[in-house]
Design a protein around this ligand. Structure first.
Ligand SMILES: [Zn+2]
Length: 397
């Protein structure tokens, strides 16, 4: 059986050479099957170049002898791509044989997140990766690529945490190094909201959206921004940190050292505290988790409904500023809070109220929607990132 990594090991990683183009096309097809025109759009290669690369890949047995206009996907291969999302309260792992459709991922979700620290979480993460790979029918030695999503700022230059490294992460923690050396691949890490945006843009129905904002609203609040095919990371990986934009100069101090950040108002701790302040009114047992608040709101608990609806309005106010600044055509809301429609409704109200009307007008193609990939968005984005990295870094190095 053909192995994508065998061929990739023989192809150059850079330069406008035939081999580098073949590498690019092979990885684009592994990320998502598509017509040759789709692949040309995604890789920014000419259709003639894509067509030549597809013919050569077919001769190598990696893609079927596809017709010009048909969809190109990988032939049966053993290679597996894995994406890991290391959230605060949850860990999510997705694995997919690269010849399978992107929706056919095996996923594992662990309730133990990183709140207990990386060292203590590592054994469970390893076990989940093993289980997810086994779920594809393959084994650990078939691993081709690994991407990791973390709710922290990551330097685009070094791929490490951008200081200050906030808890539960500690200086010296190196998830990409630890998992990469265990698995024998070069792993890569990025901010989870960035990777949610990448997954939404790649696997959502709006693949041709030019400017995409993905908001991750869970324990913390962050945004990933894609402009014309490029992830906007910024000088030190801090782009999109809307959770730390000041919305109340007299508000509570935030763990970033600021005061009145959006996260101090609509982060999980703030929402839980609001509900706990009126337990008798809420009619529910005192909530300990954001999931409980969301479940109660979805069960029409009046207090929890109010708390989440108003959180949506607050989020919408900040997003309105962002919409005026970068004028996205798609704003996708992900994270746990997106599981409550009230958040979206509050958000839409504020966008209508505070953004330039033309910037959020659906009749001109603007879309505000929940993430199409749901709770797997960040892990799916990590899987894509791992594959993309192979353009420049051969597997096993
Ligand atoms: Zn802050």
């Amino acid at each position: 059986m053909a192995e994508a990594r065998d061929l990739l090991g023989r192809l150059p990683t850079a330069g406008p050479t035939r081999g580098a183009n073949r590498r690019k096309v092979l990885l684009a097809v592994a990320i998502k099957s598509g017509t040759q025109a789709d692949i040309a759009h995604r890789t920014l290669l000419s259709q003639a170049t894509v067509s030549a690369a597809v013919r050569e890949l077919a001769m190598a047995g990696l893609v079927p002898n596809a017709k010009e206009r048909g969809k190109v996907g990988l032939s049966r291969v053993n290679d597996v791509g894995v994406g890991v999302h290391l959230g605060f309260n949850h860990t999510t792992v997705v694995a997919r044989r690269l010849d399978a459709d992107f929706e056919q991922v095996t996923s594992r979700v662990g309730s133990g997140g990183l709140s207990r620290g990386w060292r203590r979480a590592l054994p469970e993460v390893k076990q989940m990766i093993d289980e997810a790979i086994a779920g594809t029918g393959q084994q650990r030695s078939d691993l081709f690529s690994l991407g990791i999503a973390v709710p922290r700022m990551i330097s685009p230059r070094t791929g490490d945490f951008t200081p200050p490294i906030l808890p539960p992460w500690r200086p010296g923690d190196d998830p990409a190094g630890d998992l990469g050396s265990w698995l024998g691949v070069r792993a890569i890490m990025d901010n989870d909201a960035n990777l949610g945006a990448l997954a939404e843009r790649t696997y959502g129905t709006q693949e041709h959206a030019e400017t995409v904002v993905y908001v991750k609203a869970s324990t913390g609040i962050g945004a990933g921004i894609i402009v014309h095919n490029n992830m906007l990371r910024g000088h030190r990986g801090m782009a999109g940190e809307i959770g730390h934009v000041t919305v109340d100069p007299e508000g509570a101090v935030c763990q970033c050292g600021g005061r009145g950040c959006l996260e101090t108002l609509i982060g999980a701790d703030a929402l839980i505290a609001q509900v706990r302040a009126v337990p008798a009114m809420s009619g529910m047992a005192t909530p300990d988790t954001l999931e409980q608040v969301i479940a109660a709101a979805n069960a029409r608990d009046a207090v929890c409904m109010r708390v989440i609806h108003d959180a949506g309005r607050r989020l919408g106010q900040s997003l309105a500023q962002l919409c005026n600044l970068i004028n996205p055509d798609l704003v996708a809301i992900g994270g746990q809070l997106a599981q409550c429609q009230l958040l979206l409704e509050g958000c839409a109200e504020s966008l209508r109220r505070f953004a330039l009307p033309g910037a959020v007008d659906e009749s001109f193609g603007f879309t505000l929607a929940p993430s199409e990939l749901g709770t797997l968005a960040e892990a799916q984005g990590a899987l894509i990132l791992g594959l993309r990295q192979q353009e420049t870094a051969p597997s096993g190095t």
